[in-house]
Design a protein. Sequence first.
Length: 259
Amino acid sequence: MTEHGFDWQQIPAAVWRRHRSGLRAIRRLDPVRWADLTGIDRQKQALARNTERFLAGQPSNNALLWGSRGTGKSSLIKALLNRYQADGLRMIEVDKDDLVNLPEIVDDICELPYRFVIFCDDLSFDVGESGYKALKSVLEGSLELPPENVRVYATSNRRHLMPEFMSDNLKSEVRDGELHPAEAIEEQVSLADRFGLQLSFYPFSQDIYLQAVDALFPEVADRSQLHQEAVRFATGKGVRNGRTAQQFYRQFAGDPRFR
């Protein structure tokens, strides 16, 4: 048990709630399985290797999963917990607006005999926000080194986590033949640079999208009709990705044509 009454042996994940200034146990985990995620094998392999090194006490990195919406970034981290919780992996979800509390959260878990991933979903910062400063201190430490049993895994649609403006590029200078980025650009890049593992996600090709659909409808005999309907569905939404495949499944599961 911890001072907050958490039995981490029984509780694999928690979420920080700002109004109660504390953690709440997550009792109903998303059941997404590792094998359910298709079309992102390269990203799965890299994140699994990093996490296995972390669990083994070997050198490992904080991870940033960035790229197009609906391509499996958040699902991959959720599946990671389902895959490795029996090996001692625990997860704490912290909203971007609550990152100012991150040092206190880490203080409470740094001596525990578990390996914690701080999960920050859909992470990005606008001009003038200061929550990223607390995140920086946990990623790389300050006077005190960051704890060995904590890593940050974040997802974002932005590669550099912060907005990029044309005016910032115009302020860059060339001195003695070398490009010197403007201070704003340096600030943007410096935060993302603290994530040693950066994995990019892109919209699915049609073949990958249909593979994801096939995995959700394993018993369907008439693949031609299934694919035709799946392509029509994706065209209507204007995007092909894992989320679209899941939404197609939720709409057409049980349809007499696809049994």
